[in-house]
Design a protein around this ligand. Structure first.
Ligand code: 5GP
Ligand code: ZN
Length: 112
């Protein structure tokens, strides 16, 4: 059995607040939201960081889920932000690849 937190969500051992899924990706609300909408989009397959993402098809699945979820949550017109934190300098805390989808407020740039 996997010890990875997000793999446990994929297997159903832990039940996140799911907002979208298909055969390849799972998307759920972040437990500690940094914006009114904060969804994490993950591959169902365990991939540690963006550095290990070599499957362009899966990259497409992850990336193309974002506008579907944004539309579902009413973010398309005002907009939203996608973030991928990679390794230490990127601020990654959970070592199962994920895209942060943030929306519902004005974002600032550059990030800290
Ligand atoms: P990272 O810093 O790795 O890019 O982001 C990890 C994200 O996972 C953080 O935003 C954090 O709030 C979220 N997170 C950590 N543990 C849990 C959890 O048990 N459930 C959910 N839904 N999100 C989590
Ligand atoms: Zn995992």
């Amino acid at each position: 059995m996997s010890t990875c937190l997000f793999c446990k969500m994929v297997s159903g051992e832990i039940q996140p607040d799911i907002v979208y899924q298909n055969d390849f990706v799972l998307a759920f609300n972040d437990i500690n939201p940094k914006a009114p909408v904060h969804v994490l989009i993950i591959p169902k397959q365990h991939i540690e960081t963006l550095n290990e993402l070599t499957d362009a098809g899966l990259a497409g699945q992850l990336f193309s889920a974002a506008p579907i979820i944004a539309k579902q949550l009413g973010l398309s017109e005002n907009g939203y932000r996608l973030v991928v934190n990679c390794n230490k300098h990127g601020g990654q805390e959970v070592y199962h690849l994920h895209i942060h989808l943030l929306g519902g407020r004005q974002m600032t740039w550059p990030p800290g």
